[in-house]
Write a protein that binds this ligand. Sequence first.
Ligand SMILES: Nc1nc2c(ncn2[C@@H]2O[C@H](COP(=O)(O)OP(=O)(O)OP(=O)(O)O)[C@@H](O)[C@H]2O)c(=O)[nH]1
Ligand SMILES: [Mg+2]
Length: 330
Amino acid sequence: MAPSIPPVDVSRLAREIRARDRSVLSRAITLVESKRADHRRAAAALTQALLAATGKAVRVGITGAPGVGKSTTIDALGTMLTGKGHKVAVLAVDPSSRRTGGSILADKTRMAHLANDPNAFIRPSPASGTLGGVAAKTRETMLLCEAAGHDVVLVETVGVGQSEIAVADMTDFFLVLMLPGAGDELQGLKKGIVELADMIAVNKADGDNIARAKAAAAEYRAALHILSPRSPNWSPPVVTYSALTGDGIAALWAKVLDHRERFTASGELAVRRGEQQVKWMWEMLEERLFAPLRSGRTLKAALPRIEAEVAAGRLAPNAAVEKLADMLGL
Ligand SMILES: Nc1nc2c(ncn2[C@@H]2O[C@H](COP(=O)(O)OP(=O)(O)OP(=O)(O)O)[C@@H](O)[C@H]2O)c(=O)[nH]1
Ligand SMILES: [Mg+2]
């Protein structure tokens, strides 16, 4: 028989997290990331117990193409913030398995200051899986970090695909980083990510790049001008900065705080968060309902054949659904 693992003492865990014990926070995140059903239930009870202590952080999502300088920016911004007395949590959503071993190490060296900062907590993306699963774990981790007293949460994601939407959906402010180069700018615009942006920041505005960064920013301003803003209280600004020299980082953060003040005053922050929370619930429910489809052995074995039959026109799509529903006992 497997050695029995003691059941999780949820109220004790909650108490220790609120007492800001870092090692307990790490353990609790491991619990949240576990796939075991009993762990999942304990994690839900823990989140519920901590709920009143969550939600007080400024939640910022950060995206941009590989190499744009996300990690360097988080290091510079995070260090500035801990210097002002904040406690900063850095999380990531990356459903590709990119972030294994070496990459985590590489990230830590790119965040050399923050990695050694007692007021910063860096947690890499949960292991690869479905985007819904990875995003859910990151959201739960964010809540734990807030309960442990982190008042700024920075969530990084790679500048590709659906993970950006997932991060925009879990944060108050979505920051899109760009490089000083026209080609990239136009690409970004086409991808529609810009429509999610609460601010565009052109990084690497240092040395020979300053003029090019300013030109890129001007192009963006013109392009954003023709989009109708998501809120009457906020037209997404375009700024330039350098994560390397730190020039413009303070001004960048001032915009985040300006946005927060306005959205708090208008009530939009509360509305946005409320909508996000309901959306998270539905996403998790869908994920849960889909799980048997992905893991059930009989079904998994039958699916390729059923799919092939549907593709070949031998099985009607609705008849296939009836068959699958029967197999699932639905
Ligand atoms: N000149 C200059 N270089 C920078 C700046 N910010 C980052 N870099 C460099 O750009 C490279 C990529 O920076 P990262 O911070 O690792 O970029 P990233 O967006 O996190 O990259 P991925 O995690 O691979 O997607 C590194 O060599 C940095 O030193 C900046 O403001 N100016
Ligand atoms: Mg990085």
